[in-house]
Design a protein. Structure first.
Length: 161
């Protein structure tokens, strides 16, 4: 599975299904190919003043395949850098990427800090609990062999219930 994902030819890039998008969606391009995911937000486990946004893709039989997580987000409009270590005082949120096979995680990637990863929250609607915005995220393996990048991303998410 990792060998197929790590190839750079467009015909070798796997685009998984978005799922039911009950709590939101995300779109963008993954290695130049149209990408779509389910999305949602939740309160951060240790701090209810910050949010976590997740974008998830699935196999054709409904098993989770990719999980993009952006955490320590303030509930405010603005653009925030995405790094491996959050720095809330300087507007830096944490990003992570996990890959799954069935119910088991088969690996994860760190934010590629040589690229400009960010999330922009353009709207926070407190009456509907909807967060809208855009993003660009770049992930890379420790050895630099595997990269996953989503560019021109847009999203609209509601709380996971």
């Amino acid at each position: 599975m990792l060998l197929v994902i790590s190839c750079t030819k467009k015909e070798d890039i796997i685009i998984y299904e978005a799922g039911n998008q009950e709590f939101g969606w995300a779109i963008g391009t993954k290695e130049g190919i149209q990408w779509e995911a389910s999305g949602f937000w939740r309160y951060h486990l240790n701090d209810s003043t910050h949010k976590v946004i997740k974008f998830v893709t699935y196999s054709s039989d409904g098993a989770q395949r990719e999980n993009f997580t952006l955490s320590y987000l303030p509930l405010s409009v603005g653009t925030f850098s995405v790094k491996n270590i959050p720095d809330l005082a300087n507007g830096v949120v944490h990003g992570s990427f996990s890959m799954f096979e069935g119910d088991a995680s088969i690996g994860g990637l760190d934010v590629n800090e040589n690229e400009d990863s960010f999330i922009t929250i353009s709207e926070v609607n407190t009456s509907t609990n909807t967060i809208k915005g855009s993003f660009e995220i770049h992930f890379i393996s420790d050895d630099g062999e595997l990269k996953v990048e989503i560019k021109d991303g847009e999203f609209e998410v509601r709380p996971y219930e």
